[in-house]
Design a protein around this ligand. Sequence first.
Ligand code: SF4
Length: 289
Amino acid sequence: MKVITAKSAGFCFGVERAVSTVYEALESGEKIYTYGPIIHNESVIQELTDRGVGIISSPEELEDLGEATVIIRSHGVSKEIYDIMDRKGIRYIDATCPFVLKIHKLVREASERGEHIVVAGDRTHPEVEGIVSFAENGVTVLKDEQEAMDFVPPEGKKLFLVSQTTFNSNTFKKIVEIFNKTLYAYNTVYTICNATALRQQETEELAKKVDAMIVIGGAHSSNTRKLYDIASASCDNTIFVQTLDDLVSSNQSDCNPASCVGITAGASTPNNIIEEVQNYVRRFWTDVG
Ligand code: SF4
C-alpha cells in the first residue's frame, strides 16, 4: 500500500516555539502556568501537567495567581490579559506567534486611524478573541461568505479586513470578492500564515489523488477541523483521529481497504503521533491496489 504523508503535517513554527518555551521555562524550577492549554493536543498537555505545568483558564484565575511565571501560547491573548499581568506585576513570557502579533499591531493601527475592523474567522476562537480586543473603534467578525453578504458596514467608516491566521484561504478570497462587488471602501492585509496556506493546499492536492485520507489532530483544533473539511471535500473516505488509539478503536471499514492513503495533521500534532499512525496503516491496512 502506498502511504503518502504531507510534508507540512505536524507542528508549525509558532507551535514548536511555544511548546519549546514551556520546556525551557521548566528548567528554571519556577512554577509555570500557561494561559489556556499550550496546544490542542491531549498527550502533550498530559505530559506537561505531569511535570507540574498549570493551566489558567480565566482572567479571574489570573487575578488570584501567586508567585509564578505565565506563558502565553501561540494563539495570543486579549488586551485584558496583558493589562491584568502588567497591573499585577505578573512575570510572563510571550510565546504568541509573531504572525498573530503582527495582526494585533495592524488592528491597533487601523483602529487608531478610525477604521472599522473586520476579522474573517471563528469568533469563539481564542486567537480571534485576542485580535478583536485590540480593535477600539468597532469590529465585526465574519465566519463565512454568507455573513460577508449579510454584513452592513457602519456608515461613513472605512473598513480594515484581516483574517485569523488559520482561516480557509479560499473563503477569504471569496469574502474579498464580495467586498469588491459591494464597493466597500476598505483596506486589507492577507494574514493567513504560510504554514496554514501550504498545509491546506497540500491537503487538497493529496486528498484528490488518494483513496483514503487520515487527518490527525486535537478535537478542539480549529486548523485540523479545516483540514478535515478540505480533505473530505475531495475524498469521501476521510477520517479524523486524535491518536493512533482512535484509529485502531474506531470502525474504519469505509476507509480500509485502500490502495493509496494520504495522511496530514494539524499544527499541534506531535511527530511521534504522525509516525505511529503512518506505521500502523502501512502494517495493518489492506492493500487493494
Ligand atoms: S499556524 Fe501559523 S500563525 Fe499559527 S502558530 Fe503556526 S506559524 Fe503561527
